[in-house]
Design a protein around this ligand. Structure first.
Ligand SMILES: Cc1cc2nc3c(=O)[nH]c(=O)nc-3n(C[C@H](O)[C@H](O)[C@H](O)COP(=O)(O)OP(=O)(O)OC[C@H]3O[C@@H](n4cnc5c(N)ncnc54)[C@H](O)[C@@H]3O)c2cc1C
Length: 385
């Protein structure tokens, strides 16, 4: 299914074909079409292949070893990697702490941390959420007490993606519990996961993988030089990347690939012969077409140098809900086999249904839940009280 509203220029078309050919040659079968992340070793191997090709950080400036690609080139890479079924990499280094350090880090922090993120030698995790601070993140209570040239950290984080594989964590900690506004007493800090007193403990997800962990901090001594920005000024740093993250979550390509899988499985099980099923698929495809148009419009706004603002919340809601609708249809297409976590045999190869369905449930939670995005739209766009 090809429903992109963006038209590649001649150069972009050539780039797209180059990426497609490289993926066809380099991406092994055992890493294609997985709905859960592969093992740590295989995922890092894949990271290094992309690094060697020079495409690991399309959005990073050249001065830091990135590609400094145009937004369209970045989207082409994302689309072609999704189309080939390439596995998800750990994005916390490349997409979060890397850009944060470029903007707010000291020269020493940049020199130490950026090169190993690019090379795939160091894995980062994000320590924001806590058991009682998710949507209301500013309520976080993990403490950081300054003692001489160290900060002593005590508390707990949760839902920390890949914490049990990570070498470093970037975390929000409360360094001034007496601040007038709760957002004002928070600092942003980098912590080596080997520091004594840190204990990650894995959590299995609904899809059966070990994607998350809780992280406990018991008198963890962190050098004060690991602060990013100033003490108590971490909130603005944490918020600096959210708009682009939401737009990234709205790219329709992932749902479009699920629709291709719905067709394959539906043809194998006979569901595609049912008019009612084809009708639901057609409705979904039309809605994806609308999302694709809105997405292209949003890219146009950014390419014109304008801010996207709260529109990114709308894109996140629609993009993630359509992905879930697509995986609902995948389960329906699979019929009796829909309950199995095993891949389903079709004349066009083995296709994943149940795992994709389970994995897509999370899309309306991370990066700000659907309800929170609706709150943003009602306040900032509809100006409701
Ligand atoms: C796949 C995935 C990966 C994640 N990775 C990380 C990570 O690496 N690091 C990290 O720090 N965190 C991570 N998280 C956690 C994520 O940021 C939180 O789950 C998210 O912020 C929601 O917080 P919560 O789970 O505490 O839910 P809560 O905030 O307790 O919300 C529970 C429910 O109440 C609703 N709700 C809450 N407040 C309001 C309101 N004001 N109005 C209306 N409805 C409301 C929410 O929408 C939700 O449905 C990840 C989550 C997922 C799903």
């Amino acid at each position: 299914m090809d429903i992109s509203f963006r038209e590649d220029s001649a150069d972009e078309k050539a780039f797209r074909m180059e990426v497609r050919a490289w993926l066809a040659k380099t991406l092994p079968d055992d890493l294609r079409g997985l709905s859960t992340r592969s093992t740590y070793e295989r995922t890092q191997w894949w990271h290094k292949q992309i690094f060697a090709r020079g495409w690991i950080a399309p959005h990073w400036p050249r001065e830091y070893g990135g590609m400094e690609a145009t937004l369209n080139q970045q989207i082409i890479l994302k689309e072609e990697f999704a189309r080939a079924g390439a596995p998800e990499l750990s994005g916390q280094g490349l997409n979060h702490i890397g850009p944060i350090l470029m903007q707010f880090g000291t020269p020493e922090q940049k020199a130490k941390h950026l090169p190993p993120i690019l090379a795939g030698d160091v894995v980062w995790c994000q320590g924001y959420s806590e058991p009682n601070a998710g949507s209301d993140l500013a309520s976080l209570t993990t403490r950081g007490d300054v003692q001489g040239d160290h900060i002593i950290v005590n508390g707990q984080k949760i839902w920390t993606t890949w914490a049990h594989h990570a070498h470093w964590i970037f975390a929000l900690i409360r360094t001034d519990p007496g601040a007038a506004r709760k957002q004002a007493g928070i600092s942003f800090i980098l912590i080596d996961m080997k520091t004594p007193g840190i204990k990650p403990s894995g959590i299995k997800t609904i899809a059966g993988d070990d994607e998350f962990a809780q992280v406990f901090f018991d008198n963890v001594r962190v050098p004060i030089t690991n602060l990013v920005g100033k003490l108590n000024d971490g909130w603005k740093i944490a918020n600096s990347l959210l708009v682009h993250e939401r737009l990234g979550n709205a790219n329709p390509q992932v749902a479009i690939d699920v629709v291709d899988r719905v067709r394959k499985i539906g043809a194998a099980t006979g569901m595609m012969e049912l008019a009612a099923f084809r009708d639901r698929l057609a409705r979904l495809e039309l809605d994806l077409l609308s999302l694709s148009a809105a997405y292209s419009h949003a890219i146009g706004i950014i390419n014109a140098g304008r801010e996207l603002g709260p529109d990114s919340s709308f894109m996140k809601i629609v993009g993630t809900e359509l992905l879930q609708r697509a995986t609902d249809l995948l389960i329906e297409a699979a019929g009796a086999e829909g309950a199995s976590l095993e891949r389903i045999d079709t004349p066009e190869g083995r296709v994943d249904a149940a795992t994709a369905f389970l994995q897509s449930r999370r899309a309306t939670i991370y990066g700000g839940s659907g309800e929170i995005q609706r709150n943003i739209l009602s306040k900032r766009v509809l100006t409701l009280p």
